[in-house]
Design a protein around this ligand. Structure first.
Ligand SMILES: Nc1ncnc2c1ncn2[C@@H]1O[C@H](COP(=O)(O)OP(=O)(O)OP(=O)(O)O)[C@@H](O)[C@H]1O
Length: 303
């Protein structure tokens, strides 16, 4: 997992004097799902458009498998598959015909590869049906199949679960994780939903206002356990109650800290009150990643 496939350094974009991307850096490694998380308007799409060569950076560099996109564009792009806006599909053709047409525009794609990508995205049964009969999730998967035809090392997906129903979201998430592990692909996924990133990514970069605020492993950013802080009186009596309940509790200044267990909070509170403890406040302390994202979004875009 240590081979770097994509390296973004000091990337900036200014449009009409407005600094949209303010010098961002991150790397993608082989076989990982990398989340690009930020509220709407934070600069995710602009960054992606620069990575895939749709717009030119004002400054900085993008290297794909060691090829600088400014100097070696074709070589760089051979290693990259992407769906930036909606995938280009012809609804009156079948899935297979769409793939065939698309592969005709690329060099040396064998029929065998077409079959492989169809299988990878789980469309074998429906591939000979017209695309107009596909669900949005199936269209997205066909788009991913197209993007995989040239055996890229990196797959870039801009908000891949947007507009999908819950089962479509789950399937897309599973597919993304599967592609990273089974094909050793680096998958770059942008999203404005923290919950999505938590469920499918190994690492995450958080972008706000055109700047990357944090890059890190999702697991370590999440590992800070969720806690409950109890403001209670008297503290000693409350500690006795938690001990009797076999809850791991510790005194924390004027508070008692316990693990957060949604299903038990009511019961613990009742037991405290029964023993004559006054509970004046119960606060849930969220993990670092969620807290940071809540601050960025003002709590609005979070699921
Ligand atoms: N061509 C442009 N001209 C002027 N401003 C632009 C242009 N493209 C993007 N912007 C501005 O740059 C900022 C970042 O936009 P961008 O689309 O990259 O954000 P985003 O994170 O992808 O959000 P969303 O998910 O809403 O698309 C926004 O404020 C947007 O209005």
């Amino acid at each position: 997992m240590s081979n770097v496939t994509l390296s973004v350094k000091g990337l900036k974009k200014e449009i009409k004097g407005k600094k949209i991307i303010k010098g961002i850096d991150f790397e993608l490694k082989e076989g990982e799902v990398f989340g690009f998380l930020g509220p709407n308007g934070s600069g995710k799409t602009t960054t992606i458009r620069m990575i895939v060569g749709l717009i030119k950076p004002t400054a900085g560099s993008v290297e794909i498998c060691g090829y600088d996109i400014q100097k070696n564009f074709t070589r760089a792009m051979e290693n990259l598959g992407c769906i930036v806006e909606n995938p280009e599909l012809y609804p009156y053709l079948t899935g297979w015909e769409n793939l065939k047409l698309f592969s005709g525009m690329m060099k040396e794609i064998k029929e065998r590869r077409l079959q492989e990508v169809v299988q990878l995205v789980g469309l074998t049964k429906r591939i000979n049906d017209k695309v107009s009969t596909y669900s949005l999730g199936m269209k997205q998967r066909l788009g991913i199949a197209q993007a995989l035809l040239g055996k890229p090392k990196i797959l870039i997906l801009d908000e891949p679960t947007n507009g999908l129903d819950p089962s479509g979201i789950r399937e897309m998430r599973e597919l993304i994780k599967f592609l990273a592990t089974s094909e050793n692909l680096s998958v770059f996924v942008s999203s404005h939903l923290l919950s999505e990133i938590q469920l499918m990514c190994d690492r995450v970069a958080i972008i706000s206002n055109g700047a990357v605020l944090k890059v890190g492993e999702v697991r370590s950013l999440m590992s800070e356990q969720e806690e409950l802080l109890w403001r209670v009186s008297p503290i000693e009596e409350a500690m006795t109650v938690f001990t009797l309940l076999e809850v791991e509790a510790r005194v924390f200044g004027e508070y008692i800290s316990t693990p957060y267990r949604e299903e038990d909070v009511g019961e613990w509170n009742r037991k405290l009150v029964e023993r004559g403890v006054t509970v004046t406040e119960i606060t849930r302390k969220v993990p670092a990643l969620e807290e940071l994202f809540l601050q960025l979004t003002g709590g609005e875009s979070i699921d």
